[in-house]
Design a protein around this ligand. Structure first.
Ligand code: FES
Length: 114
């Protein structure tokens, strides 16, 4: 997992905390899709915690934010690949196929480290 993140940093340059632009509060159990740095990012609030991951499924680009979320995992609506929200690990082959991002909230503003 650590090596995966190092490779991502080198490829994308320095990271910054950038705000998630959403018009309505993200309630628990909800997800949304946003564009940050020209990337589609899926943002989830699940069981009181925020998560952010690549919004395009590693399989064939499906809309991960539209997937079913349960027990800390999201299931892509297109073909059912499932990823851990926290790590992006695909639950069948246990590989970190879906990139995840640190996420935080302060005074109602959600920010992603990207
Ligand atoms: S595109 Fe997500 S499972 Fe196929």
């Amino acid at each position: 997992m650590d090596n995966y993140n190092v490779q991502r940093d080198e490829a994308d340059g320095p990271q910054n905390w950038l705000p998630v632009s959403i018009t309505e509060p993200l309630e628990d159990g909800q997800a949304t899709e946003v564009m940050i740095k020209e990337r589609v990012i899926a943002v989830f609030r699940h069981e009181g915690r925020l998560f952010a991951m690549d919004g395009m499924c590693a399989h064939q680009g499906g809309p991960v934010a539209e997937g079913h979320v349960e027990h800390g995992c999201v299931t892509c609506p297109w073909h059912g690949w499932q990823y851990e929200l926290k790590t992006g690990i695909q639950t069948i082959n246990r590989q970190p196929l879906q990139e995840t991002f640190q996420i935080r909230e302060h005074d109602g503003v959600i920010e992603v480290l990207i």
